[in-house]
Ligand binder design. Structure first.
Ligand code: SAM
Length: 358
């Protein structure tokens, strides 16, 4: 079996167990985490696929997920995007507090002061004045290590493929909410915290989920990861999500919209979205410190097409496709269809199994 097929088979196996296991995820996950041979084989296969196949076989830089993340972070923190966003926010705040009839010189003074204060806070939090604190979750082989001039990366993975990556299950990591002093600002600290399976709230400038969320068989775990990211990011920090999809830009646009709504409900605002040939790439800014909605209200919105195996999801459409009839023979599929219909989701059988990235 080649590396990509092996990786897909691990994802599919987890999904199948989850569907069969009456959604008892904790046991299934524990069992998965104990399969160290499979995890190590997966780590080696992923490392090989990324470095020897995608990179070496001439993947263009503009299609490369790691460069996309790097460029977005540099643009946001060092090419004026953050200042622009903060300026817009400060103007809105000024209007809300003072109405529109106030002199523009007063507003400009207020906005400049407000933005300068916030930028100063962010700059003080950079390591050595100019290094971004990055958490790469599901890092595998630490692909961001090559940007050590700009980033101090804490790379974690369930099963590391490189010794610079720290073993950690992000789903079960503890998050320390105690206030952090401004002195606690060196990259070494994270490795210390992780020895006791902990990370510090509001510490990171960037959290990256690169091909991570589709590893999980259920929307609930994807949701949990996004909630954790929100707690770990400082105000205005960035959550970057890369998720595989080799189909046409609009094919899964409902999924992308559904993720946007869910993630924004946590206290993020989407700043950027790009569809590359094989990937959706999204950048969310932590715009609000307090989670806005009832916890878990949007968890089921974090679905991916594979959640339905050979079924394709279409929200809010009535399905009269003839293929739907063939689904009804299978009781399990039928049960799943009914449960999703009750949530306002309609399914139909996907006759053409589109080739996917991993
Ligand atoms: C598809 S690989 C992506 C690797 C890398 N981010 C990349 O883009 O090449 C997904 C990785 O997520 C890791 N992973 C899955 N669940 C995890 C968890 N709960 N905590 C930490 N890492 C996890 C897996 O071990 C695997 O290395």
């Amino acid at each position: 079996m080649d590396a990509a097929s092996f990786i897909k088979s691990v994802h599919a196996g987890l999904r199948q167990k989850w569907h069969e296991g009456h959604e008892d995820f904790d046991n299934i996950w524990q069992e998965h985490c104990n399969q160290s041979d499979t995890l190590q084989k997966y780590a080696a296969a992923m490392h090989h696929l990324a470095v020897d196949n995608w990179q070496r076989l001439g993947e263009p830089q503009e299609e490369n997920r790691i460069f996309w993340c790097k460029n977005v972070i540099m643009e946001y923190y060092f090419n004026g995007i953050l200042q622009k966003i903060l300026t817009k926010q400060a103007r809105r705040l000024f209007y809300l507090e003072n109405g529109q009839n106030i002199q523009s010189s007063m507003m400009n003074a207020f906005v400049s002061k407000e933005v300068a204060n916030q930028v100063a806070i962010i700059q003080r939090s950079f390591i050595n004045c100019d290094k971004v604190k990055l958490l790469d979750v599901g890092s595998c082989y630490n692909p961001f290590a090559e940007f050590s001039q700009s980033f101090v990366t804490t790379a974690i993975d369930l099963c590391p493929a490189d010794k610079s990556v720290i073993q950690c299950d992000f789903l079960n990591v503890a998050i320390n909410e105690a206030e952090l002093s401004e002195q606690t600002n060196d990259g070494v600290t994270c490795a210390e915290w992780l020895k006791s399976n902990q990370l510090q709230a509001r510490y990171f400038h960037v959290v990256i989920f690169c091909l991570l969320l589709s590893y999980f068989p259920s929307p609930v775990q994807r949701w949990k990861c996004c909630i954790h990211a929100h707690r770990l990011l400082m105000q205005n920090g960035l959550l970057l999500i890369i998720t595989p999809d080799s189909s046409h830009q609009n094919r899964n646009s409902k999924m992308v919209k559904s993720w946007k709504t869910a993630i924004e409900s946590i206290g993020f605002t989407r700043w950027k979205y790009v569809k590359l040939d094989h990937l959706h790439c999204m950048a969310f800014r932590k715009s609000c410190d307090v989670t806005k909605n009832d916890k878990d209200k949007f968890a089921s919105s974090m679905y991916i097409p594979q959640d339905f195996n050979d079924l394709t999801v279409h929200n809010n459409t009535i399905c009269n496709d003839a293929n739907a009839v063939s689904c009804s023979d299978d009781t399990k599929v039928l049960a799943r269809c009914i449960s999703l219909l009750l949530k306002g989701t309609v399914l139909y059988h996907n006759p053409k199994n589109e080739q996917s990235y991993i």
